[in-house]
Ligand binder design. Sequence first.
Ligand code: GTP
Ligand code: MG
Length: 198
Amino acid sequence: MTLIIKKSDFVKSATKPTHYPEDIFPEFFFAGKSNSGKSSMLNKICNRKKLAITSKTPGRTQLINYFIINNNISFVDIPGYGYASTPKNITASWEKMVLNYISNRKFIVSMFIAVDIRRGIEKLDISMINLCSDFSVSANIMLTKSDKVNNNEKTKMKNKTIKDLKNFNNIINIQTFSAKNGDGVKEALDSISEHLPS
Ligand SMILES: Nc1nc2c(ncn2[C@@H]2O[C@H](COP(=O)(O)OP(=O)(O)OP(=O)(O)O)[C@@H](O)[C@H]2O)c(=O)[nH]1
Ligand SMILES: [Mg+2]
C-alpha cells in the first residue's frame, strides 16, 4: 500500500545524543554523499518544497535534522559524506556521530541512500551499506537526479548498481529517483509502508 503523507513537520536539529528526540517512532534515515540529493528527496517524498534545506553548495546539511511524518513516523536527514573539502578531523567526527547515532537508536527500520545516478556507487556508499548490514537495517539505494540522464542511461546505471551491490541483495532495494519529475516517489512511499507495523 502506498503511504499517504498528510502532515510533515520539522522537529529539531541535533549533534549529540543528549539532543536526540525521544526514540518512539519507526525511523527512516536519509544518507548519501554530499550534494547527492538527500534533502531534495526527503522534500519530494513529503511533497514539500522547503521542509529540509537544500543547496547547490555541497555540505549544506551539517546537523542531524528530525522530521515527524503523520505524527507517527520519523525522517532523519543527516549530513552527507565524502565532501572533498571537508577537513579530515570533521570527517572523523562525522563518522563517529553517525555510528554513535545508529548504535543508539532502537527504531531505525530503513535507510534511504541517495546516489547520484551519474556517478553510481562509490567507496563511501559501500561503507554506508556495510553499516546498514551490521545493524540489520534495510537500505533503499536511490539513484537520484534521474531526470539528468536518458532512459537508456537510467537502465544501464540501474543494472550496473545491481551488479556492484550483488553481495548485499538481501538487504537492499534499488530505485531511480528524481526530485524534479517525481520518478520513484511512489516506490519510496510503498517501501516506507512495507516497513511500518500493520
Ligand atoms: N535535476 C535535479 N537536481 C536535483 C535533484 N535532487 C537534487 N538536485 C539538486 O542537487 C543539489 C543538491 O541537492 P540537496 O538535496 O541539497 O543535496 P544533499 O544531498 O541534501 O546535500 P548536502 O546536505 O549538502 O549533503 C541542489 O542544487 C538540488 O537542486 C533531482 O532530482 N534532479
Ligand atoms: Mg542535505
